[in-house]
Ligand binder design. Structure first.
Ligand code: SF4
Length: 258
């Protein structure tokens, strides 16, 4: 799908960003996850594992799940973008429950804008931060129409100018809707990449950069899904299920809770 040039200059309205900077700096009232605290407390980062180990880890993930899919339900790039914006600090299951009826009546920016903020709010009120998110979803719909001809731009720099869209959200959309080899580093990928020493890093950006450098080309498109699934269901934050981990013999994480 070609990039539409930002038409003009439509006056931009302000809307608060809803995406959490996870696992980036937070307010004092919200403590960082233990895994992030542990990684940041280290004086030096461990070295990444070698290329052969990385190759073997992804080869195993691929054998187990050749075509991993994201769990957020959507019917087109626009509904994917909305679902990802709504998923900040919410579970995919909770977002899907709210978006099923919403997307039946509003699967385009035009329909979402016509629905209006209050009605969108009613559809998504079971999701955390729903007021801010409703505002962002309607405003991003307006901006897609005014600046991008009603299409989701396949371009990170353009996507992050939309309300509620940060780098992680943009990376998910670029990967799932446009097949770009992006690494959307969320809390699971951050933890797994550090535990397995695929791309040790103290910030999501460092981990993203490391993964981009080290994940072999053949695995790049699906790598962020494999890492999310591994972190969500096996290499969990508090009680990683190492006994059934398919890459346990390649994991050198002495403290499985970092
Ligand atoms: S062995 Fe345990 S800590 Fe290491 S990757 Fe597997 S689940 Fe995670």
């Amino acid at each position: 799908m070609p990039t539409k040039k930002p038409a003009t200059p439509a006056p931009r309205r302000r809307a608060a960003k809803a995406e959490p900077p996870a696992p980036a700096p937070r307010s004092a009232s919200r403590p960082l996850p233990k895994a992030v605290q542990a990684v940041r407390a280290r004086k030096t980062l461990p070295r990444a594992v070698g290329a052969a180990v990385i190759e073997e880890i992804f080869a195993r993930f691929q054998r187990i799940e050749p075509e991993p899919k994201g769990e957020l339900e959507h019917v087109n790039p626009f509904t994917l973008l909305v679902a990802v914006v709504l998923s900040a600090q919410a579970t995919d299951a909770g977002v899907n429950k709210a978006t099923r009826p919403l997307f039946k009546v509003a699967d385009t920016p035009q329909k979402m804008l016509a629905l209006g903020e209050e009605t969108v709010r009613d559809y998504i009120k079971t999701i955390g931060l729903y007021k801010t998110k409703a505002k962002n979803v309607v405003e991003l719909s307006r901006q897609l129409i005014e600046r991008f001809g009603g299409e989701v731009p396949p371009d990170r720099d353009a996507l992050v100018t939309l309300p509620g869209v940060g780098r992680k959200t943009a990376n998910v959309v670029l990967n799932m809707a446009f097949g770009q080899e992006t690494m959307a580093v969320d809390t699971h990928i951050f933890r797994v990449s550090n535990r397995l020493r695929l791309a040790p890093g103290k910030t999501p950006e460092q981990v993203e950069e490391g993964l981009e450098k080290r994940v072999p080309k053949a695995y790049r498109l699906h790598s962020h899904h494999w890492l999310i699934l591994h972190g969500r269901y096996i290499c969990k934050a508090l009680r990683p299920e190492c006994e059934r981990c398919p890459v346990a013999d390649l994991c050198t994480s002495g403290d499985k809770r970092i």
